[in-house]
Design a protein around this ligand. Structure first.
Ligand SMILES: Cc1ncc(COP(=O)(O)O)c(C=O)c1O
Length: 385
C-alpha cells in the first residue's frame, strides 16, 4: 500500500486522497492534489458551482493509533485512535466549518463576518477572511474574545491575519450574545457554529474518520464547549451510513459543565479556555447526539485534563491544546468506570494544536529551565554523562 487505502465499497465522492495518492487497483495509480473539504465532499455540502470556494486546503488530517492510551484503558481488544485536527491550516477543527461558512458568505455577497470566540474560531475566521480577500472579494473580519482568557497563540493569529479583535471584559457567553445582537442590526454575517454552514463543514471530519479507519468507530470521544462539533460529528456519522453509528461521548470541563449539571453556569472556569463556556448554543443538539447514539456527556476535572494533556505529549508524541485533551481524559475516566465496552474501536478528537497555548505547555512540562555558560564540561555534567 502507498500510505493509504481505498475500500471497495466506497462511495466515489467519499474517496480520500491520502498523501495525494489514491490506489484504484493494484496496477493503476492516479494522483491528485488535496484541495480541501469542499472539493472532496462537494456532493454532501450545501454548495453549487456558483459558490466561490474559499479554502486553505483544510481537512485530510491524520488519524493516529495511540498505543499508550490503548494500554491505559486496560480493556481486552480495545484500540484508541487520535484524530489530529490541530493539523488543519490554522491549527484547529474550526477550519472545516469556516471554509463553508466563508464561501457561502461570499456567495451571498456579504462583505464582513463576525464571531465571538474562545480563540480558535477567531483565528479561523480571520484566516478565511484574509483568503477571501486574496481571492478578490471584500471581506472584513470582526472578533469578540473574552479578555484575559484566550491562549496567546490564538490571539496572535487573529491579529496577524488582519481581523479587528475586540477584547470583551466578560466571558464567551456574553460575547456571543453581543454578536447575535450586532448581526440583527448590521450587514455582517455571523460565523459562530450557530451558522448551519459551520456544522456542514465540520461534519466532514466524521466522513474522514470512517474512511481512515475503514469502518465506523464504536465510540467517538470529543470535548464539548459550545457543542457545535459534537453536533457536526453526529450529523456526519448519520449521513455516512445507516448501518452502524458510534456512541458519542462528549466531555465538558468540570468548572464549565452546564450540560452535565443541567443548568447555565454564570461563571465558567477551567484551564481549558477553549471550552470555558457556560451556556452552549448547541446544547439541545449535543444532548440529542449523546442520547440517540446511546452515548453520554460527562465532565473531567482540570487535573484530569492536564494529566491527559501531558500523556498525549510525553507518551504518544502527539501535541494538542488542553481543551483537546478533555476527550482523552474522558475516555480514561470512562474506561475506569467500565462505561466503555471491551473490543471497542475508539476515536478521540484532538481539536486544536499544541502550539496554540505555549504558556500551559511550559507550566505543565514541570521542566527546570537550565541555563549555563557555553562550557562543554558543565553541559555534559547537566546531561548526566
Ligand atoms: C480546541 C477546542 N476544542 C474544543 C472546542 C469545543 O468545540 P465546540 O464549541 O464546538 O463544542 C473548541 C471550541 O472553541 C476548541 O477551540
Amino acid at each position: 500500500m502507498i500510505g493509504m487505502f481505498v475500500r471497495a465499497n466506497l462511495k466515489p465522492a467519499l474517496t480520500l486522497w491520502y498523501n495525494n495518492v489514491v490506489m484504484i487497483s493494484k496496477s493503476t495509480i492516479f494522483t491528485r492534489p488535496w484541495n480541501g473539504i469542499i472539493d472532496c465532499y462537494r456532493t454532501y455540502l450545501p454548495v453549487s458551482n456558483k459558490t466561490p470556494v474559499v479554502t486553505l486546503n483544510e481537512g485530510n488530517t491524520p488519524l493516529v493509533y495511540a498505543p499508550h492510551i490503548t494500554k491505559l484503558c486496560n480493556m481486552p481488544g480495545l484500540a484508541v485512535y487520535l484524530k489530529v485536527e490541530g493539523a488543519n491550516p490554522t491549527g484547529s477543527f474550526k477550519d472545516r466549518g469556516m471554509t463553508v461558512a466563508v464561501s457561502k458568505a461570499v456567495e451571498m455577497k456579504s462583505k464582513a463576518i463576525i464571531c465571538a470566540s474562545t480563540g480558535n474560531t477567531s483565528a479561523s475566521a480571520a484566516a478565511y477572511a484574509a483568503r477571501a480577500r486574496a481571492n478578490g472579494f471584500k471581506m472584513d473580519c470582526f472578533v469578540l474574545v473574552p479578555k484575559g482568557y484566550v491562549a496567546l497563540g490564538k490571539l496572535s493569529q487573529a491579529m496577524i491575519y488582519g481581523a479587528k479583535v475586540i477584547q470583551v471584559k466578560g466571558n464567551f457567553d456574553e460575547a456571543l450574545k453581543l454578536v447575535k445582537e450586532i448581526v440583527e442590526k448590521y450587514p455582517v454575517t455571523l460565523v459562530n457554529s450557530v451558522n448551519p454552514f459551520r456544522i456542514e463543514g465540520q461534519k466532514t471530519a466524521a466522513f474522514e474518520v470512517c474512511e481512515q479507519l475503514g469502518r465506523v468507530p464504536d465510540v467517538l470521544a470529543i470535548p464539548v464547549g459550545n457543542a457545535g462539533n459534537i453536533t457536526a460529528y453526529w450529523k456526519g456519522f448519520c449521513e455516512y451510513t445507516r448501518d452502524t453509528r458510534p456512541k458519542m461521548i462528549g466531555f465538558e470541563a468540570s468548572g464549565a459543565a452546564p450540560i452535565v449539571q443541567n443548568k447555565i453556569i454564570e461563571k465558567p472556569e477551567t484551564v481549558a479556555t477553549a471550552i470555558r463556556i457556560g451556556n452552549p448554543a448547541s446544547w439541545k443538539q449535543a444532548v440529542n447526539a449523546a442520547g440517540e447514539s446511546s452515548g453520554f456527556i460527562d465532565c473531567v476535572t482540570d487535573d484530569e485534563i492536564i494529566e491527559a494533556y501531558k500523556l498525549l505529549h510525553q507518551k504518544e508524541g502527539i501535541a494538542c491544546e488542553p481543551a483537546s485533551a478533555a476527550s482523552v481524559a474522558g475516555l480514561l475516566k470512562s474506561a475506569k468506570l467500565k462505561k466503555i465496552q471491551p473490543e471497542s474501536t475508539v476515536v478521540c478528537v484532538l481539536t486544536g494544536n499544541g502550539l496554540k497555548d505555549p504558556d500551559t505547555a511550559i507550566k505543565s512540562s514541570e521542566q527546570e529551565k537550565l541555563e549555563v555558560a557555553p562550557d562543554l564540561k558543565e553541559i555534559t555534567k547537566l546531561l548526566g554523562f
